[in-house]
Design a protein around this ligand. Sequence first.
Ligand SMILES: [Zn+2]
Length: 378
Amino acid sequence: MAPPLSLLSALSSQTDACAVLVRVTRVWESINKRSNQLMYTNIILVDEEDNHMLATEFEDMPNYVANVKCLIEVVGMVIGYGQLETRSNGARKIDVVLTNARNEKIVVALWESKASQFHELLIAEKDVPLIVVITGLMVKKFSDKVLLSSSDATRIYANIDYTPVKDLRNAIAAATGNAAENLPKPTYNRFVTAEEPTLQDLTIKEILETTLPNSAAVLRRTCEATIVAILQGEGWYYNCCPRCSRKVQAVEGDYYCNNCAKEANDFKPRYKVIVRVEDTSARTTFTLFNKEAEQLIGVPVETLLTQFSEAPGMTVIPPIINNIIGKMCAFDIKINSYNTERGYEEYTVYRLSECPETTKEAPDSHAPGKSTKRQKTG
Ligand SMILES: [Zn+2]
C-alpha cells in the first residue's frame, strides 16, 4: 500500500519510503565535461506549497537521490559586469551585478557557456538598458554575502516581452525618475561587487605616502601597476592551518598550529607570493595570497608541489611563478598600521584583475635588468 502523501518541506535525509505529489517543472542533463558522458538527469519538482526540490536521477536507477539544493530565478537590471575571465581550472566566468527597483544589488557569477552567452549578449544589446531573467541559479554564501551562481540548468533571457520584465523596467524608471528607455546601460567594473562604493585609485607613490586616520584603520585602495619581480627569500607558499588559516609549524615531523594550540597534520599548502610592483611614480611590494596568486599563476599550489616534488623546497621560486613577471594588473589592496607605522610595505592584495593584453607593457625605463619575457611552463 502506498504511504500517505508528504509535502517536500517535510522530507529530510532520514525520511524514506514516502510519497510526494509533485509537478516536474524543469529537466536537464548533467554532462561530464571531460568525457562528454551523461552523468545524470536533474529534475526540478514543485509541490502544492510551491516548494522546489532538485531531484537527481542516476542513469536509469529507479531511486531518486533527492538533494536539498534549491534553484532560483531572478529578474534584474544589469548595472555592472566584470571581465570574461578564464579561471585556473580552465572554466570561463563572468560576474554580473543586477539591481531591482529598491536599488538592492546582487552579484551573479555565470560560468562556462552561460558566461560566453552573456558576453555575446552584452555586445548585441550594448545600446540599450539590459533587463534579464536568469533561471536555475544556485544560492551560495561567502561569510555574510550572498552570491548567485549559474548551474547547468541556467537560462538567460534578455529584454524579453514578459510581464515581470516590463514591471521592473517601469518600477526602476519610477524610482529613479528616468524614462523607461533612458535607464542606465551596463558598465564594465574592474572589481565586481554588490555593495562597495568605487575604491579610490592611487599611484604607488600615493600609497607609500598614505597616513591612516587612526592606528586601527584599514584603508582599501586600488592601484594599477606592473609586476617586475618576485621576492626570493620568503618562499612562495606556506602550510596553512585549515581551522584558522595561519601558518603551521613543523615540530619533530609533526605539524602544529600555535594559534589553535593543537596538532595540524591536515594542513594545506597555500600560495604566499611577494611581488615587487611598479608604476611610473614608484616601486613597492604587494603580497599575493592563495586565490590571487593562483589567479595569476594559473595553477593551484597543490599542482605545483606535485610537479616540483624534487624541488629544493619553498625558497626556490618555480619557473612558472616567474611567468607572472611583466603582468600589469589592477590591485585592490589593504593599507593598515603594519604598513604605515611599522614601515613594512608588502601591502596585502584582496583582489586583482589582469589588465587586457593591449595595455600590458612593463615600464622599461626604470626596470633595469627585469625581463618581461615569459618562461615556458613545461
Ligand atoms: Zn590553527
